[in-house]
Design a protein around this ligand. Structure first.
Ligand SMILES: Nc1nc2c(ncn2[C@@H]2O[C@H](COP(=O)(O)OP(=O)(O)OP(=O)(O)O)[C@@H](O)[C@H]2O)c(=O)[nH]1
Length: 303
């Protein structure tokens, strides 16, 4: 090999290596030795499989996540010379990431190049996390931590479509805290905020994991119950009301009055989400008019 090239490769931060057609490493620079965490003198002459077994057994160098290493090696062998050139990412046990390329010649030798991309990966992970956080914040009500109206509307449309296609039942509960303005006026806005958080926790405790529960407005909530007809939805509503009765909220040594009026509507064929919401809202209005702290089922032809 030309001396200038050898000199260059020996000081390069990128890893370089050549595997011959029998998959034995015939050349490696110091950077590649560091990636595999094997002394250069020991590394040169090792087969690809030996290097991987070494890393796996010693838990050093390349991070080999394999429950069955023979399977892993078989899979790698199938891919290694399948195309003249391929690139992939690999990480090391000490947390570095590399963009690896394998260039294969006509004789079956492979030129391996490894570029450290740890910093790019770190930024990529940070960006993904920030994106995830933003997405979750966009769907969550800040005060109560439950889903917000925007998320509810997005998801409810999908649930309704699915239930209507399969012909399964689906009910909507619209819940509104009674005399909440009075609670705020008497005990302060902070007490009101605490009451909202408290009520959400207790409602949640009465629901299934996949029920869609959201804050619809100030002191108004919605729950979409898939596979539940109105008759059973009323039982859920009453269970929630009982839960609040059994567990009154205490704030500064006082018990805060917390009761809910609830409107229930059952999904009809070809009904839209807006129509279902309007029906539940009408039923809620009737519950308020009937004296509050009760549950009214909408007449589906009331719109
Ligand atoms: N503390 C607090 N109060 C809120 C929040 N959002 C809305 N509210 C209050 O909720 C109250 C709702 O009042 P109203 O719409 O008159 O309803 P209500 O007093 O519950 O009366 P009924 O619904 O008829 O029983 C208002 O005083 C709002 O300021 C919030 O995030 N925190």
């Amino acid at each position: 090999m030309h001396k200038a090239l050898v000199d260059f490769l020996y000081v390069s931060g990128d890893g370089y290596g050549i595997f011959d057609a029998r998959d034995q490493l015939v050349f490696a620079n110091p950077a590649l030795g560091e990636i595999f965490a094997i002394e250069l003198q020991q590394l040169i002459g090792m087969s690809f499989a030996q290097i991987i077994r070494h890393c796996h057994q010693q838990q050093l160098g390349l991070n080999i996540e394999a429950t069955d290493l023979d399977d892993w090696l078989l899979y790698a062998a199938q891919r290694r010379r399948s195309v003249p050139f391929r690139i992939f990412e690999a990480d090391t046990v000490n947390g570095h990431w590399y963009l690896m390329s394998e260039q294969c010649n006509a004789e079956g030798a492979i030129l391996l190049h490894a570029k450290d991309i740890t910093e790019q990966k770190r930024l990529q992970f940070a960006l993904q996390q920030a994106e995830q956080l933003l997405r979750s914040q966009a769907n969550t009500d800040v005060l109560t931590g439950i889903a917000n109206r925007r998320y509810f509307m997005q998801q409810a449309v999908k649930v309704l479509k699915h239930q209507q296609r399969t012909g399964a039942a689906c009910s909507l509960l619209m819940l509104d805290i009674d005399f909440f303005k009075q609670l705020n006026d008497t005990h302060g806005h902070l007490a009101g905020d605490k009451a909202l958080q408290y009520i959400c926790q207790h409602i949640q405790s009465q629901l299934r994991d996949y029920d869609l529960f959201a804050r619809y407005g100030g002191e108004e909530f919605v729950i979409l119950l898939a596979d539940i007809p109105a008759k059973e939805a009323v039982q859920v509503a009453e269970r929630i009301q009982q839960e609040l009765e059994l567990h009154p909220i205490r704030y500064r040594n006082q018990t805060l009055p917390l009761q809910l009026s609830i409107g229930v509507a059952e999904l009809q064929p070809r009904q839209t989400l807006t129509e279902l919401l309007q029906l539940a809202d009408k039923a809620l209005y009737q519950a308020k008019a009937a004296g509050r702290n009760c549950c009214v089922v909408a007449n589906s032809s009331a719109l």
